[in-house]
Design a protein around this ligand. Sequence first.
Ligand code: SF4
Length: 95
Amino acid sequence: MGELEHKYEVEVQTTEKRQKLTDEVKAELKASGMMDDKGKLKLKGVSPKMLKRMKQEFVDCPVLEGNTHFIQCFVCPNFQSRVTGKVLCKGDPLK
Ligand code: SF4
């Protein structure tokens, strides 16, 4: 009881490699005010330290069927919350 309804629990993984957000995701972030014109991320309630860590993280997304930048996952409509290294994901089809 009280648990958020979700379809998947997706493990958050870390990479040393530099990950890039796709232009599509960047455009969405900008449109919703979460990224400024210079491409700097402005996520509410996320400290610079957390943000730095998030940039090294990804999930193997069950909906998009592939590795997905954690920032993209974090702002995804299916994102419910993050609990002990796992994303609770609604799992709805994405456009
Ligand atoms: S929240 Fe979105 S990006 Fe993250 S795992 Fe679910 S569908 Fe994939």
